[in-house]
Design a protein around this ligand. Structure first.
Ligand code: GDP
Length: 392
């Protein structure tokens, strides 16, 4: 079903197809239904569900992917009609995140989000016993966890195991977070300005990072080639050092629980001194992408960080669309990561926008009796200390 107009629905389905391909699926057929709201039982209406089953039978598809989040009940009932696995947008995105997480923190975050998603969707949840033996799975999120078994006892055991595992992951994440904060403080004391490359998924962030640093970040024709921020050392032409970090690709309608799960990863963006906001200039509606990304900036409180809009793929962009963008964002920089066009200008703009950090910085050191505010010198020497208010 679709809430907006036809163009919105088409854009959203095109993106869903691209996401599915990124997850390794081969997309056979698309189907939309216009309704004021999803069918409470089977998400799409009864007739559409039957049509879907016919398509599944005719094409031999093994999965149905829905553009939205289905309730556990809708998922199950639609599966019962179409007789193959049904995956919703959230499960699909989780699956892609799982494939691309590389750091232990990223992996733990994805696993936590997956278990959280899976918990209310355990097949047989509140169901009659006869149905619990079956079940074709809750999408990519369920892989390898071995959750479905016969009988309620099994489900309850699974449920407890999942809850235990989630508690363990939360504890691990809390530890990793402390470790990361300490590392960040060290970076701060080194006074290296940090630049975060952010932008809509597939905008060409990795390609651009490659161009800029020659750092060998993997470029593949896939959304989310980068999940964890990869921090690279970089230098301006006049020799000032800075770090460049590539961040997870943004998507429209990023399920809220994922924004939560990736808050710490995205905090890297909020914490940077400059954001290179990369936009796909060849996209039919680059402005909607800009707003989608800016919404996430607002969510992670990154609105105060200076932003340099970089319109990429100018080699493939429509000149009129570029003109409109230029009027809207007069300070933008146009580049092509593919041809290298505009890259020298980008480097100049970046060097100009890069803040000069003061030689002395304030570091917040967690301390048992209140925060210890220390003035730290470039070499990490503490110049002065001051205690703030109440204990932590
Ligand atoms: P990311 O998801 O933002 O990191 O995007 P990638 O760097 O992985 O690029 C996504 C796709 O866009 C890849 O197929 C790239 O080859 C392609 N691409 C990147 N930059 C350009 C460009 O300047 N021009 C064109 N035509 N394609 C590009």
């Amino acid at each position: 079903w679709t809430r907006g107009n036809q163009t919105d629905a088409d854009n959203s389905l095109t993106e869903l197809a691209a996401l599915a391909e990124t997850a390794g699926a081969l997309v056979l057929e698309g189907l939309t239904q216009r309704r004021s709201k999803p069918d409470p039982a089977t998400y799409v209406g009864k007739g559409k569900a039957a049509e879907l089953r016919d398509i599944v039978e005719a094409t031999g598809a093994d999965t149905v992917i829905c553009d939205g989040e289905l309730t556990p009940g809708q998922l199950r009932q639609l599966e019962d009609v179409v007789k193959v696995k049904v995956v919703d947008r959230t499960a699909l995105i989780l699956d892609i995140f799982a494939q691309h997480a590389s750091s232990s923190e990223g992996k733990a975050q994805v696993e936590l989000a997956q278990l959280n998603y899976l918990l209310p969707r355990l097949r047989g949840w509140g169901d009659s016993l006869s149905r619990q033996a079956g079940g074709s799975g809750g999408g990519g999120a369920g892989g390898g966890v071995g959750l479905r078994g016969p009988g309620e006892t099994k489900i309850e055991t699974d449920r407890r195991r999942i809850n235990d595992k989630m508690a363990k992951l939360r504890r691990q994440l809390a530890h990793m977070r402390t470790a990361r904060d300490v590392k960040k403080d060290v970076r701060r004391t080194r006074e290296v300005p940090s630049v975060a490359i952010a932008g809509y998924t597939n905008a060409g962030k990795s390609s651009l990072l490659n161009r800029l640093t020659g750092a060998g970040v993997l470029v593949e024709n896939a959304l989310f080639a980068t999940l964890d921020p990869t921090v690279r050392q970089a230098r301006t032409p006049d020799g000032r050092g800075f770090t460049l970090s590539d961040t997870v690709g943004f998507v429209r309608h990023l399920p809220h629980q994922l924004v939560e799960a990736f808050r710490s990863t995205l905090e890297e963006v909020a914490d940077s001194d400059l954001i290179l906001h990369v936009v796909d200039g060849s996209h039919p509606d680059p402005e909607s992408q800009i707003s989608a990304v800016r919404e996430v900036f607002a969510e992670i409180e990154a609105v105060d960080v200076p932003e340099l809009i970089v319109v990429n793929k100018v080699d493939a962009a429509d000149p009129d669309a570029l003109k409109t963008l230029r009027t809207r964002y007069p300070d933008l920089v146009e580049v092509s990561a593919r041809t290298g066009e505009g890259v020298p200008e980008l480097v100049t703009a970046l060097a100009e926008a890069l803040p000069e950090l003061a030689k002395e910085v304030h570091a917040l050191v967690p301390y048992s009796r209140g925060d210890l505010v220390a003035k730290v010198h470039e070499e990490g020497r503490i110049l002065s200390e001051e205690h703030t208010g109440e204990g932590t």
